[in-house]
Structures are given as structure tokens and as C-alpha cells.
Design a protein around this ligand. Structure first.
Ligand code: PHE
Length: 341
């Protein structure tokens, strides 16, 4: 019995001496192995217990157990004190691999719109924006559409209130350019990107809304040659250096003369394919010299200033760039489609 008592006291002294040495997780681990490990000193004591005579077994057992509790408490206390705080938050495992973040992508129409804007920005055009709900003046009258003129039917309009033809969803962003002309003095160089609405049945080739970028340049001595050169520059920037354009006479109420512009087919290299209907040319925009009546309606002196305007559909340019033929794909938000850009 005294023999056992001595051994317990010895271990207690040894522990007191060693405890002061534990200052890191590594030394704590050494401590654990030495005292609490499966071949540790505490285990030895428990083994010794078996040899203790029966009458003192109970006392010795209690003493060894008390020592065990003391050692274990010391160990867990130290462990908590020495472990960095962020590692012991419940349920957190900092070694787990992170979750994948799926990145979104830009919509193809945004990509093309930004590219168009960029081309014109670099030659001095500023971006202007305006409301999608427009009044008759900005969408039609100021642009030289006489009331009840059949030209208004060219753009099937969504009126906001039945019977009242004053307020409508804009049918083109030329309306924004009227606002710019009313509010700034020439020289004006502006492009107006935005969504426009037309009352058309939805199909692969038409939609009730689409996107435009329209341009306007007003200054002294602006000529048709300036217009043509600007559009050629644009076509080459978007479709590549080999791109050619041709202009066909056309009609718009707000421009005179007016033209429709074709670009050489980028799909077949102008050799003829089913997209360009074997003509080698694809229509991409409308343009013309701003009608003097339009300048005057916005308070710009048409005897001093002249200008050109053009307007294109972003979907149309995107169709040609990405070879996407069904317009509906652009607004269905099918991720299988959108992820490809
Ligand atoms: N506003 C016309 C349209 O939406 C396009 C256009 C703009 C044509 C400028 C000529 C000049 O169809």
C-alpha cells in the first residue's frame, strides 16, 4: 500500500514539473503521450493497481482516478487555451475545399451593344438615353411623321391607353435624339442604345420588342459622304477589315435622302449563301441626312446646320456575328443558350 502511495505522489510531482513546460500544442501533445497515452504513465499506474492487496485497492483506486481526472482536465484546458480561436468554431472545418462559384456571363445582346457603343465612342459619339414610354411628339411628330400619315403604320405601335394615341411605348430610339436636339446645341454627336417596342406577332424573325442603337451627328457642313464613311468605319470595326457596305435608296419621314445599308455577307464571304439569300449582302441599318423639318422642330437652324442619322437593330448585328437565326432565343433566358457567350 505505501508503495502504491509513493508512486502516485511521484507521478503527481513529475506532472507538476512537466506542466510548466507545456506552452505549445506540440509540447501538449508530448505531454498527452507521456501521461495519458495508451502506453503512458497513468496506464502504468492502473496496471499497478492490479497488484495492490485487496484491502487497500479501493483507496488506491480512488487516488489514481483523482489523478487521472486532474491530468485530463489539465489537458483539455490547455488544449482550448492553445488552439487558435477560429479553428474551434463548431462545425467549421477550414481544410474543406471551397464551394465552386458559378460565374454568370454577359448577355449576347449586351456584348454586341457594348461593342457598337465602343466603336462610336472612339470617334467622339456620346451615349444618350431616354424613356421607354414616350409621347407622340418625341416618337413621331417631331420626327416629321404627320398625324394620320401612313408612315406611322410602318411601326406598329403599342399605345398605353386604348383610344388615346398620345402616350406609347417608343418604337425607336430616334425619340431620344429629339430630346438631345431639344436640350443641347450643335455640334451634336450622340448614340442612343435602348429597348424599343413594336406590335408584331412573335416569330423567329420578329418580336414585339428588340434593341436599337441609333446615331445622330449634327454640325456645320455635315455631308452624305461623312455618313457613308462613318458607316464603313463601323462595318469594318464590327465585321472585320474586309467588310464592304452598299447603300440603297429608301424612305424615312425624318431623313432626306434616306438609305438602307447592306454589309457584305460575313457568313459566306459575300460568295452567296442561304443567310444572304445568295446575294452576298445583308441589310443592317437605316440612315439618311436629317430632314431640315426635324432640325427646325427641335429649334436647330437648318440653314446653318446639317446632320446625318442612322439606326440599327442590335439583334440583327448579333445574329450576323453569332450566326443565331431565331430572334426568340435572345429573350427566353435559356441558360444553355446564354452560357455559350
Ligand atoms: N428610326 C429608324 C427605325 O427605327 C431607323 C433610322 C434611324 C433610319 C435614323 C434612318 C435614320 O427604323
Amino acid at each position: 500500500m505505501p508503495k502504491m502511495n509513493d508512486k502516485i505522489n511521484q507521478l503527481l510531482l513529475l506532472f507538476k514539473a512537466d506542466a510548466d513546460q507545456v506552452g505549445t500544442l506540440d509540447t501538449l501533445e508530448e505531454f498527452r503521450i507521456k501521461y495519458l497515452g495508451s502506453k503512458g504513465l497513468l496506464k502504468d499506474l492502473f496496471n499497478e493497481l492490479k497488484t495492490v492487496p485487496n484491502e487497500s485497492k479501493r483507496d488506491s483506486g480512488q487516488q489514481v482516478n483523482a489523478l487521472r481526472i486532474q491530468l485530463e482536465e489539465f489537458y483539455t484546458e490547455k488544449k482550448t487555451a492553445l488552439t487558435p480561436q477560429e479553428n474551434i468554431k463548431i462545425g467549421q472545418d477550414l481544410t474543406r475545399p471551397g464551394q465552386n462559384i458559378t460565374k454568370g456571363s454577359h448577355h449576347p445582346l449586351s456584348l454586341v451593344r457594348d461593342e457598337i457603343i465602343d466603336v462610336f465612342n472612339r470617334i467622339g459619339f456620346e451615349v444618350s438615353e431616354g424613356p421607354e414610354i414616350e409621347d407622340d411628339w418625341h416618337n413621331f411628330s417631331a420626327l416629321n411623321f404627320p398625324k394620320d400619315h401612313p408612315a406611322r403604320d410602318m411601326q406598329d405601335t403599342f399605345f398605353i391607353e386604348k383610344g388615346d394615341r398620345e402616350i406609347a411605348l417608343r418604337t425607336h430610339t430616334s425619340s431620344v435624339q429629339v430630346r438631345v436636339m431639344e436640350n443641347t446645341r450643335p455640334p451634336i454627336r450622340t448614340i442612343s442604345p435602348g429597348r424599343v417596342y413594336r406590335n408584331e406577332a412573335i416569330s423567329a424573325r420578329a418580336h414585339c420588342f428588340f434593341h436599337q442603337v441609333e446615331g445622330l451627328y449634327i454640325d456645320k457642313n455635315v455631308s452624305f459622304a461623312d455618313l457613308k464613311q462613318t458607316l464603313l468605319h463601323f462595318a469594318k470595326a464590327i465585321f472585320g477589315d474586309h467588310a464592304q457596305i452598299r447603300l440603297r435608296p429608301s424612305y424615312f419621314p425624318f431623313t432626306e435622302p434616306s438609305a438602307e445599308v447592306d454589309v457584305s455577307c460575313s457568313i459566306c464571304d459575300a460568295k452567296g449563301c442561304n443567310v444572304c439569300k445568295y446575294s452576298g449582302w445583308l441589310e443592317i441599318l437605316g440612315c439618311g441626312m436629317v430632314d431640315p423639318a426635324v432640325l427646325e422642330a427641335s429649334g436647330i437652324d437648318s440653314s446653318v446646320y446639317s446632320g446625318f442619322a442612322f439606326g440599327m437593330g442590335v439583334e440583327r448585328i448579333a445574329q450576323l456575328k453569332f450566326k443565331v437565326n431565331d430572334l426568340r432565343l435572345y429573350s427566353e433566358n435559356d441558360l444553355r443558350f446564354l452560357k455559350q457567350f
